[in-house]
Design a protein around this ligand. Structure first.
Ligand SMILES: [Zn+2]
Ligand SMILES: [Zn+2]
Length: 333
């Protein structure tokens, strides 16, 4: 076994201890299986609270300014039920996206014993993350906020205070979809309410004073428009990512995809959990349970050692995989 010379890697030079797998030790208190996943990031927690606050604000205006004072009982009940159901599903998806492990690679597993147990053959490499000392399977990336390597990481979203990865992408897609739907629904109701109030007496169309009613409705309009645009763009991008089986990071890197891509339908089914059913839209039903990683998943094949060296040394080029955070261990041919 040989290590690629350390001087090729800027990051490694700064942290030479990471070159030695014996320095990688599993954390003394590994997370017990089934423990709750929650990222302790002040900015992310603040963004998640703001998200909840904005949904609850919309809920307040829709119920207490528009629906409850309305004299059309059927209109109020139907719209109230639809809006509350969608808002509940949006917040449930938000919780699931935030509290689900997105696919973190075990921390500190790049130990000498583990690498030796993989029995690398000529032309096989393992990529190690010097930041969390773990072996990165294909398509995993290190997130500096979560401080972990995440499988099939798409991006880190502060609004859900978590990475979007293999295991929670479904919840994130549902969250963007339900927020877009409640925004659209709220905008339509505000439109009807304004029309109705212009035709009738303003004092009768809300239990609040006319100026307060107008201010509350205009704020809801702003919020609805902003969120509708933002979440529908996000929803479209995510669906495109799933259909093309390419994560946001891979698209940004414009990396030449040498791997075999799954068909778009297969990729959608894997993300949403099996064949098409109502469960696709249910944030309480998980995606198809990911297979535990086998020895094969940790190892990557390269055509030759010099090929690895070439890709490994292009740390300056942003279009390549961010190799400044990886290094490879290669077997002599
Ligand atoms: Zn890492
Ligand atoms: Zn993250």
């Amino acid at each position: 076994m040989m290590l690629i010379p350390a001087h090729h890697f800027r990051d490694i030079e700064r942290k030479p201890q990471y070159l030695q797998p014996e320095k990688c030790i599993p954390p003394p208190h590994p997370r017990p299986a089934g423990a709750m996943w929650f990222i302790r990031d002040g900015c992310g927690i603040a963004c998640a609270i703001v998200t909840w606050f904005l949904v609850l604000y919309a809920e307040f205006v829709v119920l207490f300014v528009m629906l409850i004072p309305s004299r059309d009982y059927v209109y109020s009940v139907i719209n109230g039920l639809v809006f509350n159901l969608l808002a509940f599903l949006a917040l449930a998806s938000h919780c699931r996206a935030m509290l689900t492990d997105p696919g973190a690679v075990p921390k500190g597993n790049a130990t000498k014993e583990f690498i030796e147990s993989l029995q690398l053959k000529p032309g096989q490499v393992v990529y190690k993350c010097p930041k969390c000392c773990s072996i990165k399977p294909d398509r995993a990336h290190h997130c500096s906020v979560c401080k972990r390597c995440i499988r099939k990481m798409d991006h880190h979203c502060p609004w859900v205070n978590n990475c979007v990865g293999e295991n929670n992408q479904k919840y994130f897609v549902l969250f963007t979809m339900y927020i877009a739907l409640i925004s659209l629904h709220a905008l339509i109701m505000v439109g009807f309410h304004f029309l109705h109030c212009f035709e009738e007496d303003w004092t009768k169309c809300s239990s609040f004073s006319p100026p307060t009613t107008v201010i509350l409705l205009i704020l809801l309009c702003f919020e609805g428009l902003l969120f509708l645009i933002f979440t529908s763009v996000m929803f479209g991008t995510q669906v495109h990512s799933i259909c093309t089986d390419e994560t946001g990071i891979e698209r940004l890197q414009r990396k030449k995809q040498r791997r075999e891509r799954r068909g778009s339908w297969k990729s959608v089914k894997e993300t949403f959990g099996g064949d098409f059913s109502l469960n696709w839209f249910n944030p309480f039903s998980g995606p198809r349970h990911p297979k535990p990683l086998s020895d094969r998943d940790w190892v990557r094949q390269v055509s030759s050692v010099s090929d690895t060296e070439n890709t490994e040394t292009t740390t300056e080029e942003p279009s390549e995989e961010p190799k400044d955070e990886d290094f490879a261990e290669v077997v002599d041919e």
